[in-house]
Design a protein around this ligand. Sequence first.
Ligand SMILES: Cc1cc2nc3c(=O)[nH]c(=O)nc-3n(C[C@H](O)[C@H](O)[C@H](O)COP(=O)(O)OP(=O)(O)OC[C@H]3O[C@@H](n4cnc5c(N)ncnc54)[C@H](O)[C@@H]3O)c2cc1C
Length: 344
Amino acid sequence: MTDELREAYDVVVVGGGAAGLNGALMLARSRRSVAVIDAGAPRNAPAEGVHGLLGRDGTPPGELLERGRAEVRSYGGQVVSGEVDGLRRVPGGFEVGLADGRRTRARRLLVTIGLVDVLPEEVAGLRERWGRDVIHCPYCHGWEARDRAIGVLGSGPMAVHQALLFSQLSDDVTLFAHTMPSLTDEERDQLAARGIGVVEGEVAALEVAGDRITGVRLADGHVLAREVIAVGPRVALRAGFLDGVGLRPQQHPSGMGEHLPADPTGRSEIPGVWLAGNVTDPSAQVGGAAAAGALAGAQINFDLVTEVTNAAVAARNGDPFCAASEARVAELVAAAAERRHGLG
Ligand SMILES: Cc1cc2nc3c(=O)[nH]c(=O)nc-3n(C[C@H](O)[C@H](O)[C@H](O)COP(=O)(O)OP(=O)(O)OC[C@H]3O[C@@H](n4cnc5c(N)ncnc54)[C@H](O)[C@@H]3O)c2cc1C
């Protein structure tokens, strides 16, 4: 289900995952006109359930988002299916362009587009089992993988960290060195002390029988029995369209890949643009992404309240430098009322 896109909003939220919907919920409850524009591909789509989320543990990801969309709509917010592919600054805010040619305007933007997990392409069979028995996060899937034969695919700087975390869940963890940086002596000590075996050499493929992983095949042909594979994907952003407002991805300090930096309230370096969820914090889980979205939504509301209050004070005091203030206040108030009524 999709709502009809209107001409203008107080806030457009780009991306309708946990972060975007919780931001929109806060804004709609603050009587802001808000539209969430969502391309419909949340990061955890392949997972069976959302784990580690208080009160909703194990809920299928699609069901959680459907509830969120209904909550946003119940306060007059809109949820529109579509992909934003262009942004530009215009007087009073931003113009938002969609890939199908539709356009709208917003006084503020909340960008919650998530991230893309880039899996090592050279290992055959990895992508097909992603989110099932190829996993990345001990807090999302660790309980389900407990006591199983786990192989950690070393493809980046977080592999030792990941192997240590999974050793809390199973006594049978093997680290495949694959393409990861060489282990330091300290790391070798840590792994040995936790009973984690290390297999040198590159991994070529996963062995699969029926609908389950049975092993890991090395490039030299050897096969080691494993049931679950943990991998640390590189994270990338689909953020080319943000160039239009001057936002460009930067490398995350963890070495995991790209992100867009924001302050603790979600404010980006570009005035009028807020960020929340995985687009700025790649390690945020659903609860963290939702909380960040809610905080950013509240901050945007406050920013808009401040704008109209400043204009009203200037008008009231007959500020000679703000001759247009009175008209501007009237314009802002009328536009807000019109949008409120329009949205029901
Ligand atoms: C396999 C897997 C399993 C996971 N399991 C768990 C779990 O059990 N528990 C947990 O807490 N976390 C889990 N996570 C992490 C969880 O996916 C993230 O915490 C969460 O998705 C972050 O929410 P978000 O709103 O930032 O981004 P997302 O949920 O990814 O939402 C972003 C939305 O923006 C849309 N979008 C992107 N670009 C555009 C555009 N240009 N225009 C319009 N829309 C756009 C996308 O289509 C998507 O719908 C899992 C992750 C993976 C990969």
